[in-house]
Design a protein around this ligand. Sequence first.
Ligand code: FPP
Ligand code: MG
Length: 327
Amino acid sequence: MSSAIPISPLAPEILTGLQRVATLFDAQLASDFPAVNELCRYVERYRGKMLRPTLVLVAGLATTDDGTPLRHEHDIIAATVEMIHMATLVHDDVLDEAAVRRRGETVNFLRGNETAVMLGDYLISNAFHLCSRAGDPALNLRLGEVTNTLCEGELVQLSRRHDLSLDTETYFEIVRRKTAVLVGAACELGARLSGASTADVAAWRRFGEQLGVAFQIQDDLLDLLGDEATVGKSIGRDLEKGKLTLPMILHIRGTSGAARTAALDAIDAKDGAALRAALTSSGAIDRARLQAVELVEAAKRELPTTRRTGARELLIELADRVVARDH
Ligand code: FPP
Ligand code: MG
């Protein structure tokens, strides 16, 4: 686990919690077939920063007083959201024809699309099997809604590929669905399992969703501006696959004449360097960055009152890191 939990009085409890989550995760995926185990062990590298399970645990702790332990259900939901996330990444790399993730070769690159699709299915199936073990149908219902929404986001994104008329409103709706709803559910369910009020559960969800949108804007900026060695995954895939991201949309809709034409030509020619130059000079990259930072600030304002010593500071630090990260 590459993650770095910020220095906090809560850090030891969260790290111990994440170890329990990793154990649950591995046990759930264990198969009688060595070939299946080998693949699962391979993609466990995708469990990088563990942002989503961390949010389940922190929201759970923040909602209770010092000394109150987390419930086993928190661990189950933390492992479930991470497994859902991993399933989506395995499938996403097929769609994006990506060769690198978390500094290693993707399953589709190593074993082909058929294996990657089936492995993603195995992960999503196991995620819901694991969730069922919590014995609360409301959790399955909520996470089922989340995965439906997530797939809708991807389907809308696919339907708008190479569409230069994509507006920011549609971009934000795609991103909310494909990325943010899962982050929102992680926060919401962590708090709900600790007995948060309906109003607080809704606030946790808004906190997570705004953070999730900021996370995806940063991800899109890294895809446009980063280098593979630092980011640790295939970059330039958005341009390659005709996905218009926020800086591109801001530029297309905010410029005219030669500046606009330069970007449209660069998109058409899939010329990353020319596109970066156009979007930098128009200020579209800075504006996209600013929107991500503003979303993080808005997310922080949603945080309900926390009861656990250090929880608020930890959440603020985690939120700031979403836009400060370079991988
Ligand atoms: C990352 O996008 C992709 C997602 C956040 C969601 C992907 C979802 C699917 C492919 C649907 C699969 C659904 C289930 C239920 C298995 P990105 O390509 O911008 O991010 P990246 O830079 O990490 O590749
Ligand atoms: Mg991708």
